[in-house]
Design a protein around this ligand. Sequence first.
Ligand SMILES: CC(=O)SCCNC(=O)CCNC(=O)[C@H](O)C(C)(C)COP(=O)(O)OP(=O)(O)OC[C@H]1O[C@@H](n2cnc3c(N)ncnc32)[C@H](O)[C@@H]1OP(=O)(O)O
Length: 210
Amino acid sequence: MLKLIVWGAGGHAREIVWLCEELNIKVVGLLDERPHMKGLTVEGLPILGTLADIKLLRDEVGIVCAGVGDPALKRRFALTTASSGFRFAPPLIHPNVRWSRRNVIGAGSMIFEGGVISEQIRIGQHVILNRSVSVSHDSVIGDYVTLGPGVCLAGNVVIEAGAYIGIGASVREKIKVGNWSVVGGGAFVKDDIPEYCMAAGVPAVVKKNL
Ligand SMILES: CC(=O)SCCNC(=O)CCNC(=O)[C@H](O)C(C)(C)COP(=O)(O)OP(=O)(O)OC[C@H]1O[C@@H](n2cnc3c(N)ncnc32)[C@H](O)[C@@H]1OP(=O)(O)O
């Protein structure tokens, strides 16, 4: 049976534990860099510390680096995990997700319940598609992206690496959201969003640079 360890010990990590239960995958513990968290339990699972504390499990487990929603933190966990010689978890797709066999998804990514991911979609590594996300044909989602619950992407949308799309936002067809940008919850994105900025509103406008 596949065994996983999840980076993170907060609400999102607990939702991943639930996702794994639904997939019949065993989670054996959580990782948290904060020294005072080591030894505590969450949902009955031990907080094991960091990768240095689980060296003996290196060949037995896959590591989930997307146990937090923040794309930059996911990237840091992924780089540390790879350089420590651990394997990434395989993609985790909830049984109640509609998914075309012509889609592609990278290691460590996850799709929660209710997602509809239609045709010829390309999803990178360590991506989070939260509950009830809708992704339309030919869209491309880069590494470390997080889509909040209920996000809707029309056809041919490109979400570049590290972008965060807030809860309930929608993105019009053929639009690009640039690397490491943030779109606020509830936005309607009708024009391209440059990289490294925060945009929000209906229609979404750039509010600040990041
Ligand atoms: C299961 C789960 O819990 S998953 C998590 C789901 N949560 C989310 O998706 C959260 C989404 N986050 C947001 O929408 C946040 O407001 C962010 C990240 C976009 C912005 O946060 P901050 O950087 O703190 O923005 P800040 O408060 O400085 O606001 C800057 C401006 O943008 C506006 N603004 C911020 N968010 C929004 C929004 N969602 N819609 C419209 N305007 C917004 C503010 O009113 C402010 O406007 P002003 O300059 O005219 O006064």
